[in-house]
Structure formats: C-alpha cells, structure tokens
Design a protein around this ligand. Structure first.
Ligand code: SF4
Ligand code: SF4
Length: 409
C-alpha cells in the first residue's frame, strides 16, 4: 500500500513503524473473512482492511473524527486477522498506534472517560477488586438477571504446598485472576509439583500491564511491566546461581502481554535487555506441560466428562499456540467435543465486554452455540477474561484447563 505520511509523523519512530506496517498490506481483504466484527456488521470500516485504511488516512493528515474512533473501538484486537493475513501485516501494533492517536485528537466523552478510569483504577489492583467482588457475590440474589449474570461464580482455593525441586519457574500471580479464579494458579502449582517443578510467586509482581496498555495509557502499562521485571529479575538473572528457567503465565491474555514486554520496552535503555529476556522466558503452561512425561500426572477418571475447549484469541492468535491444549487433554484421555468456528473471539477481549457490551454479547451468543453444539459437560478455557465471560451465560461449569487436569489428579 502506498503511503504519504503527514509532516508530524515523518521521521518519528511511531510514524516510521506505522508506515512500514501500512506498506506491508496489499489490500487483498483475505483478513475480512475471519474478522468477527465484519462478519456481524458487514461494514468495510469494521473490517481489518477498512481499519487499516482509516489509520492510513489519519497518518496522512486527514481529519480524524469520532466515527474513526468508533470503528477502531469496535475492534476486539483478537488478531484473527493477523493469523489469516498472508502478508504478515502487524495489524495489532498498527491499531494500537491508531487508537493512541485518535484518542489524543478526538478525546473521549465524560462517561467513557470515567468508565475507562474506573477500570484502570480497580482491575489491576487485587486489594481494591477483592471487596467489590465479595460485595457483588453477597448481594447477587437481589440483583436483576442481567447484572446477576455478570457476578463471577465464587471460587475458593487453597495454595498447595510445593517441595523444592531442582527445576524452578516463576509464576505470575496476576491481578483479577488471583481474586476471581484463584483455583487456576493453585492447579498450576499442583500439576507442576507432580512434574517436579517448583513455582515461585514473587509478591511484588502483579498486573501484567495489559489493562492500561490496551486502554491507550501506555506509560501506566509500562510502569506495571517495569515493576514485574524488577520483582522477577533476582530469580531469572542469568548471572545468578541456578536462575529460574521460565516465567509461567496461566492467563493467556497476560501471557501475550508478557511476551510483548521486549517490544514494548525496546526503547528504554534501563529495561530493554531485561524485558527481552522476560519475554523470551514467558511461557503459557501448555508450552511446559506438553514437553513433560504426562503419565507422571497419574490421572484418574479422565473420561468422566465431555469437554468443549474454547481457545482464547490470546492463545491461538497472539501466542500462536493453537491446538496445544487440545493435544494435552487428548493425550491425557479426556474426551473433547468439536467446536466449530474456533478461530472466532468469544467477545470478552479484556475490557471490551464492558466498553462494547452489545457486540460482546452477540459474539458470546455465537461462541456458546458453537461450544454447546457437541453437548459437552463442561467448557474449558485458558484465559481469565474468557472464563468469566463464558461462565456468565454458559449454564454448565466453565474451568481453566489446568483445573480440569488438577481435579483428575
Ligand atoms: S491485512 Fe493482510 S489480509 Fe488484510 S488486506 Fe492487508 S494484506 Fe490483505
Ligand atoms: S483484531 Fe479481530 S476484530 Fe480487530 S480487525 Fe482484526 S479480526 Fe477484526
């Protein structure tokens, strides 16, 4: 695609980066076939190609309006288009640049600003989120049906004891997941313990930074990243005795973010090298478990329940790990049901389910129909956002796949 950058972008890092991405797009439109918002709305401007065109117009100095912002806001950043694109266009990075610019130019309405601020002020902080989740669970019976569905199912989990093994990995405690679904990390500790791997969870680490970063509050997101790197560094420093071999992230959305630390901090001289190492060490649990001797997990009753596995976009498109969890579950003897259109987003997409509720619910309907078509007993997933989104209307239990395995141990 030919481009002619406006003067304000010429020669700037962002301008050059966006220009290179725009030029790699040959405008073929293959990506539209797998874009959930284009499938639902049928508007070219709600397709990846249309959004790329809108960003091109912005960077060429054309007027930016709320209409541009609306079409970019409707994008789920699911990255199905990146998986489909034969030219390797880095759409996700381009839309990030486009959103930051459009927000600066057009601003936000007061209610929108408040909602975004509230999300950024609460979600990344377990100590703030916890009392709100507890309160919502307490008053759940009194709430109208639509709000009731949004209250996450209460989950209690004890942290299993872990012996000290020669093999060690860092575990990201995370933010919302540690409050709402503590069973996920407990299951990870239990499973890796049986694989003779100790997980260490430095308490100084927390939110991966994705909430702020994806709401165009880049500096805030970078501060979370630096804090995590500082917390993990003594454990992973190659110069230390026996550094931990990986940074394990059990929520695929957070995993995708941690794997992008190196890129996000590449221009920070104090953190660039450390961030690159953290990204290289970041692993989804499926990348670890699939390489281990699975028989040592000693599972029982794996054929008891039929499972529909929902592959989060952050696992299949961002981390490109499609099929790995299914391979593990199948090898372990679990029965998986077929899930049509597995490449499509469930509509959770981080804060999207709150900021774009209507589209999010439409995509949830589609996803639940697909998941339920094989009549499973439970739905399994790999990401906290998808977990609570699916659970809100699934009508059957939804679990992290690690919990499914841990329960069979
Ligand atoms: S992003 Fe890729 S698939 Fe989509 S129009 Fe551009 S080159 Fe084609
Ligand atoms: S990231 Fe997803 S919603 Fe956004 S343009 Fe690409 S396929 Fe469509």
């Amino acid at each position: 695609m030919q481009t002619k950058l406006a003067d304000e972008f010429k020669g700037s890092d962002i301008g050059e980066e966006a220009d290179a991405i725009l030029r790699s797009c040959v405008h073929c439109g293959f990506c539209s076939a797998t874009c959930p918002t284009y499938q639902e709305l049928g508007d070219e401007l709600d397709s990846p190609r249309g959004r790329i065109y809108l960003i091109k117009q912005m960077l060429e100095g054309n007027t930016v309006t709320e209409k541009t912002q609306r079409h970019l806001d409707r994008c789920l950043t699911c990255l199905a288009c990146e998986t489909t694109c034969p030219s390797g266009v880095r759409y996700g990075r381009l839309v990030e640049i486009g959103r930051e610019y459009v927000d600066k130019k057009v601003g936000r309405s007061l209610p929108d600003m408040i909602t975004r601020k509230v999300l950024r002020t609460i979600l990344p902080y377990p100590q703030r989120l916890k009392p709100l989740v507890k309160l919502s669970q307490l008053v759940k019976p009194l709430l109208p049906a639509t709000l009731k569905a949004k209250v996450p199912v209460q989950q209690r989990a004890t942290v299993p004891t872990s012996a000290t093994h020669q093999r060690k990995m860092v575990l990201l405690a995370g933010c919302a997941q540690s409050v709402i679904k503590p069973g996920t990390n407990s299951a990870a500790i239990k499973i890796l313990e049986r694989l003779d791997i100790t997980l260490t969870t430095p308490t100084a680490a927390g939110c991966c930074g994705a909430v702020s970063y994806h709401l165009s509050e880049k500096e805030e997101g970078l501060a979370f990243m630096r804090r995590n790197i500082d917390a993990w560094w003594p454990l992973i420093d190659p110069a230390s005795d026996a550094p931990h071999e990986a940074v394990l992230v059990t929520a695929s959305g957070c995993g995708a973010m941690v794997k992008a630390y190196g890129d996000a901090l590449k221009n920070d001289p104090a953190y660039a090298d450390k961030a690159a190492l953290v990204s290289a060490l970041a692993k989804d649990p499926c990348e670890v478990v699939i390489n281990e001797e699975l028989s040592s997990l000693k599972l029982i009753n794996t054929a008891r329940q039929k499972i529909a596995f929902q592959t989060p976009c952050t696992l299949q498109h961002a981390q490109q790990l499609n099929g790995e969890v299914e391979a593990i579950l199948t090898q372990l003897g679990f029965e998986l049901t077929p899930v049509p259109d597995g490449h499509l987003c469930c509509g959770s997409a981080g804060t999207y389910s709150i900021l774009q509720a209507e589209m999010s619910q439409t995509l949830l309907d589609n996803k639940l129909s697909a998941l339920m078509s094989g009549q499973p007993d439970i739905i399994a997933t790999a990401n906290i956002g998808c977990h609570i989104h699916l659970e809100s209307r699934a009508g059957i239990p939804v679990k992290h796949w690690l919990e499914v395995i841990a329960e069979a141990m």
